[in-house]
Design a protein around this ligand. Structure first.
Ligand code: CP
Ligand code: NVA
Length: 319
């Protein structure tokens, strides 16, 4: 799908009509700020008819609670409709190609969201679809999550630039999108992970460049105590992502020193907030005391998935 030169509504300074969202690497800082402003507006004004008659197709090759329900509810709240397509039930699961699926779905729906394994599959879908494609999580990125994370940080702290945000745990899809977006927005970003579980090297390089351009910083620090020193935000995710179930036992051992607990958080700023994309495993990557404690903002963060995805949908659909 390509960018169009749509006439802008008075609210919007930039048109994102027709754009895909595969990774925040493809978006400018200004575009991200525009999406954040629209998310705040939609959080205050949730119901409209702006997407009346529009349909979102949602392909899922992995489980989901938040992504599925928030995309579907978001479309309904704006007068549109969403169709849940589990890959087990559609012909994609029986070997129909991504290209053919993209072309056919494009003739029925106005946008496609996909949750899958390989990033290449999302890219192929976008290449062959004539409607916008939104990445609802792949093994490399989780962009919708990162926008919700950043909106939550903005709500909690009243600013973004200059904050120290620390992701502790596996250098995975959630870490990638979080570090890219936070570096783009001028934050001091630290990822703390065991050796061998660092974020992807190309994404690290891209993030370093983004930080240089925004006045932020990006570092990988293996020692979690050193990493969280003075942190405004501490974020973690599961140690074994979907598709890594066979590595669960091994990872429990490797990641044990990276558990976010009260002892680790005592090294952060007094006003630190804890974030987690959910679902969480209490007693593994985070203790119940932390995730259910006063510093945790995980349910505000989960709610924000709804608001930011509505902003994304409205923007790429030109509603
Ligand atoms: N955080 C997130 O994407 O949750 P789901 O897997 O429930 O969609
Ligand atoms: N990293 C996790 C995120 C789940 C929302 C996974 O990919 O399973």
């Amino acid at each position: 799908m390509t960018k169009s030169n749509a006439v802008l509504s008075p609210f919007k300074k930039i048109s994102l009509k027709g754009r895909d969202l595969l990774t925040w690497l493809d978006y400018t800082t200004e575009e991200v700020h525009e999406l954040l402003s629209l998310s705040e507006h939609l959080k205050k004004n949730p119901v409209s008819k702006k997407l009346e008659g529009k349909t979102l197709g949602m392909i899922f090759e992995k489980s989901s609670t938040r992504t599925r329900v928030s995309f579907e509810a978001g479309m309904l709240q704006m007068g549109g409709h969403a169709i849940y397509l589990n890959s087990r039930d559609i012909q994609l699961g029986r070997g129909e190609s991504i290209a053919d699926t993209a072309k056919v779905l494009s003739s029925y729906v106005d946008a496609i969201m996909i949750r899958t394994f390989e990033h290449e599959k999302v890219a192929q879908l976008a290449e062959h679809a004539s409607v916008p494609v939104i990445n609802g999580l792949c093994d490399m990125y989780h962009p919708c999550q990162a926008l919700a994370d950043v909106l939550t940080i903005l709500e909690l702290k009243g600013k973004l630039s200059g904050l120290k945000v620390v992701y502790v745990g596996d250098g995975n899809n959630v870490a990638h999108s979080f570090m890219i977006l936070c570096a783009k927005l001028g934050m001091d970003v630290v990822v703390s992970c065991p050796k061998g579980y660092e974020p992807d090297e190309e994404i690290v390089q891209a993030t370093v460049q983004l930080a240089e351009g925004s006045g932020g910083t990006f570092t990988v620090v293996h020692d979690p105590v050193e990493a969280v020193a003075g942190a405004d935000i501490v974020y973690t995710d599961v140690w074994a992502s979907m598709g890594q179930e066979e590595e669960t036992v091994e990872r429990l051992g490797v990641f044990a020193p990276y558990q976010v607990n009260d002892a680790l958080l005592s090294h952060a700023a007094d006003e630190v907030n804890f974030l987690h994309c959910l679902p969480a495993h209490r007693g593994e990557e985070v203790t119940a005391e932390v995730i259910d404690g006063l510093k945790s903002a995980v349910f505000q963060q989960a709610e924000n998935r709804l608001h930011v995805q509505k902003a994304i949908l409205l923007s790429v659909l030109g509603g």
